[in-house]
Write a protein that binds this ligand. Structure first.
Ligand code: ADP
Ligand code: MG
Length: 277
């Protein structure tokens, strides 16, 4: 049985992502009486290609991430180097990722009702707002990076793509999924906080329709729709107010697209936040 850093016992492989492999682990140093708290996720990323100073940068960045503490962000616990791997240890979310839930709903022909969509969306928005106010961008928001725990959503992999890519490296950007990429990113105009807002707009659309906001038969077709296509409408099952919020977030011009701070002030959103707390 494999134990890393003298502390994390591998239970099983959760899956393989763009950057490495994720494992469910048991933290042997967990002192909490609650056994569930001992379960953590360990991500193992090959650092074979990183320069020594880049590895130091990655360690530094990981330290910063460990200071972030928000109920809707997967808690970062630890990071270390193990041989050729850079390892990151985070909170485990037993409900799996949002993509899994969406696919399940799609199979059984169900739709999430507006109150569920709003709950989840507001949680995501508050998490993004928290990160942006600390000058941290996500850069890889997608349904597979959003996790469910006790029916609450949590954003995972925050800041990790920056650790792994250094600056925005388009080569590695394009190995990822294009569905949530903003027009400015596709046009090489640079990633900024509004690009994260675009991505959660795409996720909002997907929570309602169970389909991608911008889809096509090929990578080029998807990218063309993102840059040139009209933003889609929500089905009439959802309120006009929610549709308006979606349209604001899918504005192709990042300057005109609202920030997380501006979105929180919209009555539909602010009244929902008031109801939650
Ligand atoms: P990607 O984001 O590219 O899918 P990851 O390495 O982030 O790749 O995730 C690999 C797998 O591990 C996915 O199936 C994901 O659902 C699962 N996973 C990642 N992080 C967690 C977590 N904190 N809790 C539960 N499952 C997770
Ligand atoms: Mg991920």
């Amino acid at each position: 049985q494999r134990i890393l850093a003298n502390r994390y016992q591998v239970i099983r492989k959760l899956g393989k992502g763009n950057f490495g492999t994720a494992y469910l682990c048991k933290d042997l140093r967990n002192k909490s009486a609650d056994e569930e708290n001992a379960l953590k996720v360990l991500k193992e990323i090959s650092v074979g290609d990183l320069q020594p100073d880049e590895t130091v940068d990655a360690m530094h960045e990981a330290k910063l991430l460990s200071k972030l503490d928000h109920p809707s962000i997967v808690q970062f616990h630890d990071s270390f180097i193990d041989g050729e791997y850079f390892c990151i240890v985070t909170e485990y979310c037993e409900g799996g990722d949002l993509d899994m839930s969406i696919q399940e709903y799609k199979k059984s022909n169900k739709k999430f009702d507006e109150s569920t969509v709003l709950d989840w969306f507001v949680q995501l928005l508050l998490a993004v707002h928290y990160m942006h106010s600390r000058r941290v961008l996500h850069r890889d928001l997608k349904t597979r990076n959003i996790f469910l725990k006790k029916n609450m959503v949590k954003i995972g992999d925050f800041g990790i793509s920056r650790i792994l890519m250094g600056t925005t490296d388009l080569a590695s950007t394009f190995t990822g999924t294009p569905y949530y990429m903003s027009p400015e990113v596709l046009k090489h105009e640079g990633y900024n906080s509004k690009s994260d807002v675009w991505s959660i707009g795409c996720i909002l659309y997907e929570m309602c329709t169970l389909d991608h906001a911008f889809d096509g038969k090929s990578l080029m077709a998807v990218m063309y729709k993102i840059v040139e296509g009209d933003p889609p409408d929500l089905p009439s099952k959802y309120s006009k107010e929610l549709n308006k919020v979606l349209k604001l977030m899918l504005n192709k011009d990042p300057e005109k697209r609202p920030s997380a701070t501006e979105l929180i002030k919209i009555p539909l959103i602010s009244s929902h936040i008031a109801k939650m707390s």
